[in-house]
Design a protein. Sequence first.
Length: 452
Amino acid sequence: MQKAFTPSGGLQDLVDRIKTGVETAEAVCRRYLDRIESVDDKYQSYVHVDQDAAMAMAAEVDRKFAQGIDPGPLAGVPVAVKDLLAVSGMPVKAGSQADVADIIGAEGPFVRALRQSGCVILGKTRTTEFAAGAQNISHITPWNPCDEQTRRTPGGSSSGSAVAVAAGLCAFAIGSDTGGSVRVPAALCGITGFKASAGTWSLDGIFPLSTALDSLGFLTSGISDAIVINNAMSPRAQTVDQKEIHGLRFGVPRDWRDGITDNRVATDFGNAISKLSEAGAVIEYINWPDRDEQKEVIDIFATLVPSDLMEALGRARVDANADRIDPIVLNRLRGAIERTSAEYVRLSRRKTELAAESVSRMAGLDAVVSLTTPITAPVLKDLGALEPALAFISAALRNARPANVYDLCAASFPIQNSCPLPVGLQIACVHGKDSEMLGISKAVESVLTPVV
């Protein structure tokens, strides 16, 4: 994987270099744009790149610095935005051939906050259609940079954002997460993904997949970069302090081996838990979510997401574009037609109950630690039919979906492994504890992937 354009000190180093004049924002922006032009024909992470607008934003950052004006805490940092979010002057398609711009509306508060922080928006990254799942069949899937010889899926739905970060095509990227759509691509691509607590940022100007489950997040090269972005962007004005690993209490699901198809993944996770224990963390095996609740999580997603998506699109639009909608998405939408209103209401209430119960469930624990996904990135050509693609989506999102149902904040980052493909570790904390969760994640990352 290529991540050569962010200095070795990470995102903060890049910010400091631009701020102190070691590099201009224009020079940094031009390097990223040149790399996109050079290699993204292979990776296909972007659906739209606006060179002129990006260079104009970078020039404005340099102009402000020259005039002694602070352009913002992320001044000059090149960012890619998932094509689920409206960006003024750029098309927004939500990964679809159907016209949904009227549903999304104008640029919203989150993208405006990116601009106000000084970021340079390079363009829009590819998403699975409507962000409704981790894989498409008929639409383009970006090339996962974890394997340069064999085309593997990066998962989804924030597939393009994950690939853009992993391939060195932006300094960081924006994604959305309804059931693992930031964390799973991060895990499969070998990078870091941060899912913020739902409600942290307004979802105006963003395609609404399922408002009860949607949240925003970002994809980065490491937890330190996620901390830099969170400190700059969080509306809660919470800064992140790294925790000491000694004495932290981690809940590990007893059924963590479920869904694993490669024994090396089990070995890597087992080794990670052992290292945390040796470093002084307290490991407590928990029955949460138990198998009954795992089934409830599946039922909640199978009902709320397609029903909310159908509500957003409207039956007439779906029918008019049925031949252009990806078969996986169409399969889910047709399932929504068969769901009753009573079933939707019951599962919506159950989702609210489970979210409320998460606080007591995590009492005495600092975080829940698990595999982000129990599988590694499969070869793309093996997912070309409906049945294997649906099986992949179910397996890939198994460990990630509960965080959305229980209304948790969570992060995924790679662990050193014996497996030839990336393995992601997930840290989850109660709603609103985003900064604390990132501090814990940094402590865990320091133990599992020490700087050499």
